[in-house]
Design a protein around this ligand. Sequence first.
Ligand SMILES: [Zn+2]
Length: 124
Amino acid sequence: MVAYEAAGFMRSDGHPAIRLRVSGRLMLACGVCLGQCPWVFESERELVFMAQDIAGAFEDDPEDISDVLPLEGQLVIEELVEDEVLLCMPMAHAHAPGGCPDGAQAARAKQPNAFGVLAGLKKH
Ligand SMILES: [Zn+2]
């Protein structure tokens, strides 16, 4: 379950921007037991739209922490939300030490091919 809120506005420097808030609770595979492990996240990002030719100079400004997007084509908000979720997603995720459910541990013992389990999880 992922929820998002996008608010468009005009920045004081004249560039259109979106303030994107994304939050949610997803099930990731635990790095220890490969069982399902809930991951809760919340993020807020300001995305500024500008023509490609001036975006390079803008990104070099250390004072501005906004992310720059090219001002072209049609905006697909779901893609921005998806990118944000992927950016927030941890490289490694696991239950708290000792917190792996017994059932998941047992399932791992019966399944010798860890990559097969991962492939199965990716389908959901
Ligand atoms: Zn675990």
